[in-house]
Design a protein around this ligand. Structure first.
Ligand SMILES: [Zn+2]
Length: 325
């Protein structure tokens, strides 16, 4: 859609642009907003024809219509808005030091792809018991990847700002022992549309625990997130990616529907890959962590820069994992 708006603007002649400015001013006075892109194209196109080459003498098309602009012209403000959004994103990309502007993800799929457990990742009776699927990639042909960020130790306000300004979606997997000194930080994250999910109370190696203790770790965190953030998660990621049959039975028992792992992991200074081809694939889930200079040689924004530069360079957009589940 932003491309359509850009093309439309590029096609407009100087005269038509002057006319469009007048029309915009008129609409601002009239306080009219909204519309659809196709009509915006028509409006600009016709303005170009009507404006002619000698826009100086004749009143511009927008002026002819007067302050009470006809409804046919109001969609122009939609194109304006797209243009403004694009401009803001380009500026944000520059401000945060990205090599390219992140790609806009396609609309979420109308029907969700079937999610099944990756081969070799099943436990006994996985399907028969209806246990949460364990997967590293979402089946899709769209060139999208999903960013997931774990634990929650680092609470960097710049990270929140960066992700909001760039409009990059991500999913958080939180562990209580590192977030309980500042639940409010993640409330801000939730308020910006990020879904907060379960990564246990204390980040233990779950297969080493009894069923009862595993259930306490997982279901206890469900409770914390519901109390702090108002919603019981449906996504759970076992610490270190380690789980057994008890883990998934326990998770299911307290409302977990999916257990996403990851296909790649991005750090502040390098990437790690699960696959031999050391590449991104459509639907891949990428892992990173809430870490700062105390843990690695850089900041959260440094990590995001590394992530986005590769993803965008390879032609992938970042989509929201929850939209595909
Ligand atoms: Zn973790």
């Amino acid at each position: 859609m932003p491309e359509a708006g850009r093309r439309a603007r590029a096609q407009a002649s100087g005269t038509a642009q002057a006319g469009a400015r007048t029309a915009r001013a008129a609409r601002r006075r009239a306080g009219i907003r909204g519309g659809i892109a196709m009509l915006a194209l028509t409006a600009i196109g016709s303005g170009c024809v009507q404006g002619g080459a000698d826009g100086g003498a004749d009143p511009a098309p927008g002026r002819r219509s007067g302050a009470a602009a006809p409804p046919a012209e109001t969609p122009l403000s939609y194109a304006d808005r797209l243009h403004a959004e694009r401009t803001a994103k380009v500026a944000a990309a520059r401000r945060w030091g990205l090599k390219k502007v992140p790609l806009t993800p396609p609309a979420p799929p109308a029907s969700k792809p079937p999610i099944s457990t990756r081969e070799g990742f099943e436990v006994d009776g996985h399907e028969e018991l209806g246990l949460p699927p364990v997967f590293t990639t979402v089946p899709t042909r769209q060139k999208v990847v999903f960013l997931t960020i774990d634990d929650g130790a680092e609470k960097d306000p710049d990270f929140l700002r960066m992700m909001s300004e760039l409009k990059v979606p991500y999913t958080a997997f939180l562990s209580d022992y590192v977030i309980n000194d500042d639940y409010a930080y993640f409330r801000k994250m939730r308020d910006r549309g990020v879904v907060l999910n379960n990564h246990t109370l204390h980040h233990p190696y779950l297969p080493g625990l009894s069923y009862r203790r595993q259930r306490h770790e997982i279901c206890g965190m469900q409770q914390v997130i519901r109390e702090q953030y108002g919603k019981r998660p449906t996504l759970f990621r076992p610490p270190f990616g380690n789980y057994n049959r008890d883990t998934l039975i326990a998770a299911k028992s307290c409302g977990v529907k999916y257990a996403p792992l990851w296909a790649e992991e991005v750090f502040v200074d390098h990437w790690e890959y699960r696959e031999w081809d050391r590449d991104l694939h459509p639907g891949d889930i990428v892992l990173s962590h809430f870490r700062g200079r105390g843990d690695w040689k850089g900041t959260m924004p440094d990590m995001v820069r590394r992530f986005l530069n590769k993803v965008t360079d390879k032609g992938y957009a970042v989509a929201r994992l929850e939209d595909y589940l």
